[in-house]
Unconditional design. Structure first.
Length: 93
């Protein structure tokens, strides 16, 4: 699942343009940005989310939190491996 400050309408466009098969949630008001502590000022705008990834297990426990620079992209292979590892360990150890 992806979350961004974009509007729900923008998410629909991205989902269609990129043929995504995952859900996108809109944090239009910035509630999640603040709850996860990833807010920053960027190019004069406040409350912009830092690029971040959170791996959350089936019980809602955050198992990993990764943050990236504004010009960095996550390593998708690394994230998929971490997801597979999380899946194989099952519920809370």
């Amino acid at each position: 699942m992806g979350i961004s400050r974009d509007s729900p309408y923008t998410h629909i466009a991205w989902t269609q343009a990129l043929d995504l098969n995952l859900g996108l949630l809109s944090d239009f008001n910035g509630d999640a940005v603040h709850a996860f502590g990833v807010d920053q000022e960027f190019r004069g705008f406040r409350d912009v989310a830092r690029r971040s990834t959170f791996l959350i297990d089936g019980e809602g426990i955050v198992r990993a939190a990764l943050s990236y620079g504004n010009s960095e992209l996550p390593d998708i292979d690394e994230l998929l491996a971490a997801c597979r590892a999380l899946r194989s360990t099952g519920p809370s150890e």
